[in-house]
Write a protein that binds this ligand. Structure first.
Ligand SMILES: O=C(O)CCC(=O)C(=O)O
Ligand SMILES: [Fe+2]
Length: 239
């Protein structure tokens, strides 16, 4: 039995955190290739219709969020998602703490997810935020920030479950960044099973003279054909 067989997920490329951090620092996002296998992606898509796994369903048009729908998982999360959250969090907490220091924000994040979740719960943020989204032809997700209370973990992850060009066309993961006067867009190309780590709210950038904060938003462009599923891993719990 190889030592790898004990690992919960296939190829996480954890050896490459230096380049992930570099990408996060440069543009506020980084791709994690092959976070889930295609079999795991398909398993999650099948789970979409298993109502007992979720605490609520949101029809996006009712809230002006876009077109499409999503469901928040109930605790306990599916194993593969709980493990991903636990294993990725410590790496992201290092970046989050460094960014907060650069932005003059005194909030620091503990080294493990369990301790951070306890902090959320003590503040009344007790509801799980990981979600699964489903978009059909013509659907889209308006640019937004996933803030659910006082406690915000500054990075989150989206994983594409569908196959671009086969299951759907269009439907690109888009980020915008607002500096002092400009609004920039960035499209993050993903294949099935890839994750993107991205900025929830604000990130530090090097201005001409000093460090500046820029505000980031994310969304999904219109699905031109087919259907697109994705999973979102948010680290803070919700009120
Ligand atoms: O559908 C996506 O790729 C992104 C969904 C989203 O807004 C999120 O995971 O927070
Ligand atoms: Fe989101």
């Amino acid at each position: 039995m190889s030592t790898n067989s004990h690992k919960s997920m296939p190829a996480l490329h954890l050896q490459d955190w230096a380049s992930i951090e570099k990408s996060l620092d440069a543009g506020g996002n980084a791709v994690l290739p092959d976070l889930l296998t295609s079999a795991q992606c398909e398993e999650l898509v099948v789970m979409y219709s298993q109502e007992e796994r979720y605490r609520s369903r949101v029809v996006m048009a009712r809230h002006g969020f876009g077109l499409g729908e999503y469901k928040y998982f109930a605790y306990p999360l599916p194993d593969m998602l709980a493990k991903l959250r636990d294993e990725l969090y410590p790496h992201l907490a290092i970046v989050a703490n460094r960014w907060n220091q650069l932005m003059g924000n005194g909030m620091r994040y503990p080294a493990n997810l369990h301790t951070f979740i306890e902090r959320c719960h003590a503040a009344g943020q007790t509801r799980p935020t990981p979600l699964i989204l489903k978009y059909g032809e013509g659907d889209y997700n308006c640019l937004h920030q996933d803030l659910y209370g006082e406690h915000v973990f500054p990075l989150q992850i989206a994983i594409l479950l569908a196959r671009p060009g086969e299951d759907f066309t269009g439907g690109e993961f888009v980020m915008t960044e607002r500096g002092s006067s400009q609004l920039r867009a960035d499209v993050v190309p993903l294949k099935q099973g890839d994750g993107v780590i991205f900025t929830v709210y604000q990130r530090p950038t090097q201005g001409r003279r000093s460090m500046r904060k820029v505000a980031m938003r994310h969304g999904v462009s219109k699905i031109r054909s087919g259907s697109r599923h994705a999973v979102g891993l948010i680290f803070h719990d919700a009120h």
